[in-house]
Ligand binder design. Structure first.
Ligand code: XCC
Ligand code: SF4
Length: 624
């Protein structure tokens, strides 16, 4: 039976979304919500993870009547293999993005490009020192070459462990060693997962799950961490700065360009081009008042964190942004870009531009960006947007609402700086119970939930309980739109947090960045654990992805748990067809790695779960 049609009120909590959902209806545009309805009910075999398509003796699906696949694999093996491949997709996405960053840094230090430079040489030197590269009296570019080598070899097979494991507390590393899940090369773990899950290899569900953890650790402490650190080196380490969020950041009288995807290498160049006086003059010649750039999803986060570029919206806003009728061009790199954007763009005057050979969309124009042509291609793309302005139909334009102010840019460096040079004041606040704990809320939107209801409610509930929230990914936009990324958002927090936020002038929710920037949270946890002389799993911290949808989000959750961080998910991955795998995820992992998953769709109840966990950990540390 198909689900009953949702009212607009049930689809999103946001005014801008609701206005555009109504316009989409009027304009005859189909959105993710409509297509979800067409796909409902979902295939129960797929949903519970018991459908195996790994070989052509199958596909096999497990039921009471036929409990084994043709090869004899049972539900546990099939579910574990499917989960393993699922998170490996996510780890591969983050990590291949990380590899692109290494290649970008390589092009810069080898002086193979004039289009990119090093924005933060101090950070390059700091990381080099951390990784044991001597830098005294040496040219930054020369030091950078060695850094590039270390990062590349992190992707290969020859190493016993990743370079950034130097950041992991000793107790945590001992746990990984004992379980045999210390991440080695990023590509090695990914390839090994594909091997293990080939027919006739790893046929022990628990063993496959352990390798899932290892592969995801290679993402968190490898691919993602490298992506974050190199992006800071190339484009600047974020510092607190104001920005704005929601569809109101689009401008009726200007050429509007949206950047969407994840890797700042393209979007940073687009940002440069929209500030080019010649291009601005050209836009004015064509009757526009200027050129306006705004972000979507994580590439939006990257630009917002470093440059204060406004954010038009998160995952479920990407289609609705086009429905405004005011977007000339949407420039994408990769990940989380709905193919429907091309079709919706065709219903207006919006063109989609792809920039990466690994992420092309039928119907979009392809402008391949390289380290050598980035500046020129960005100019070409912006010119295309300017041309598009004359094709805009003003009668079909509706930009809903006023943008909301936010404060962004809380890298670990910025947080430590705001605290006066060390984490001690934060730790003291935790000890005193003014901040009872820290929770990272990360990830996506999923039309199975009322958009951002769970993301926002969970954050509100947590700060009320004096729990500091760190936000990344699409959650950022959600929390920004309701005012939680401003210092006066602390009015909604408990007394302790009100005091701390008031004295430091910070919001109760700190924007820590994009999804690869969850690596910043890992590093922060490690720093706090080291300062207290404990393991990460002893800290009063937690993680949550209330409205997640992607393989990447599952990979993040898995590396968080494997790093010792209790992690809440708003809905389960497709594993419920195996009791062994489900029990391992929500219980068994606790004994192995000192943390587990909790699944709870209700954000108020989820806040209680996280709070209870934090209280336990506080007591474990002798705090009240
Ligand atoms: Fe994608 Fe990073 Fe999720 Fe947003 S939060 S929907 S993964 S863009 Ni990563
Ligand atoms: Fe079926 Fe086994 Fe092949 Fe999977 S690997 S499709 S369970 S025969």
């Amino acid at each position: 039976m198909a689900k009953k049609e949702l009212s607009i009120e049930e689809m999103s909590i946001h005014q801008d979304a609701k206005a555009m959902l109504a316009k989409a209806k009027n304009d005859g545009i189909e959105t993710a919500w409509d297509r979800l309805q067409q796909q409902t009910p979902h295939c129960t075999f797929g949903e519970s993870g018991v459908c195996c398509r790994i070989c052509v003796m199958g596909p096999c699906r497990i039921s009471k009547k036929s409990p084994l696949g043709v090869c004899g694999a049972d539900a546990d093996v099939i579910v574990a293999r499917n989960f393993g491949r699922f998170v490996t997709g996510g780890a591969a996405g983050h990590s291949d993005h990380g590899r692109d960053c290494i290649e970008a840094l390589e092009a810069v230090v080898e002086k193979e490009t004039d289009d990119y430079t090093i924005a933060d040489p101090e950070k390059l030197l700091r990381i080099a020192a951390e990784l044991g590269i001597a830098s005294e009296g040496r040219d930054v570019m020369e030091v950078g070459k060695e850094l590039v080598d270390i990062f590349f070899s992190d992707f290969a097979s020859r190493k016993q462990e990743l370079a950034f494991l130097c950041r992991v507390p000793e107790k945590r590393k001992a746990i990984w060693d004992k379980l045999g899940i210390t991440p080695r090369g990023v590509d090695r773990e990914i390839a090994e997962m594909m091997h293990r899950t080939h027919m006739g290899c790893d046929n022990d569900a628990a063993n496959t799950m352990l390798h899932s953890a290892r592969t995801c650790l290679a993402d968190g402490w490898g691919g993602s961490m490298i992506a974050t650190e190199i992006s800071d080196i190339l484009f600047g380490t974020p510092t607190p700065q104001p920005s704005k969020v929601n569809l109101g950041v689009l401008k009726e009288d200007q050429v509007n360009i949206l950047v969407h995807g994840h890797n700042p290498i393209v979007s940073e160049k687009i940002l440069e081009a929209v500030n080019d006086p010649e291009l601005i003059a050209l836009a004015k010649e064509k009757g526009a008042a200027g050129i306006n750039l705004a972000g979507l999803c994580c590439t939006g986060n990257e630009l917002m964190m470093r440059k204060g570029v406004p954010m038009a919206g998160n995952h479920l806003m990407t289609e609705l942004a086009i429905v405004t009728g005011a977007v000339e061009l949407i420039v994408v790199d990769y990940q989380c870009i709905m193919p429907s954007l091309v079709q919706i763009g065709n219903c207006y005057h919006t063109k989609m531009i792809t920039t990466a050979d690994k992420a092309r969309f039928t119907g979009a124009d392809h402008y391949k960006f390289t380290m050598q042509n980035g500046r020129e291609q960005a100019q070409n793309v912006v010119k295309l947007a300017i041309e598009g302005f004359s094709r805009r139909n003003p009668d079909r334009v509706d930009i809903p609402g006023e943008p909301v102010d936010i404060l962004t840019g809380f890298s670990n460096e910025a947080i430590i700086n705001a605290l006066g040079g060390s984490l001690t004041p934060l730790i003291d606040a935790i000890k005193a119970g003014k901040i009872r704990g820290i929770v990272g809320i990360v990830g996506c939107n999923n039309p199975k939930f009322k958009q951002d209801h769970c993301n926002v409610t969970l954050a509100q509930e947590l700060i009320k309980k004096d729990i500091l929230v760190l936000a990344t990914g699409c959650v950022t936009t959600a929390l920004g739109k309701v005012g939680l990324l401003m210092p006066d958002g602390a009015d909604q927090a408990g007394e302790g947090m009100q005091e701390i936020c008031g004295s430091l002038g910070i919001p109760p929710v700190l924007h820590v960045g994009s999804c690869v920037d969850n690596a910043r949270i890992l590093q922060a946890c490690a720093l706090i654990a080291d300062e207290l002389g404990v393991d990460i799993s002893d800290l009063p911290v937690g993680a949550s992805s209330p409205e997640w949808y992607s393989e990447k989000a599952a990979a993040i959750g898995t590396y968080a748990v494997a790093s010792g961080i209790y992690t809440h998910l708003g809905l389960p991955p497709n594993i419920l067809g195996s009791e062994v795998v489900t029990n391992l995820a929500v219980e068994g992992l606790e004994k192995l790695v000192g943390a587990s998953f909790a699944v709870e769709p209700d954000p108020v109840k989820a806040a209680v779960l996280l709070d209870t966990r934090i209280q336990q950990k506080r007591e474990g540390l002798g705090l009240t």
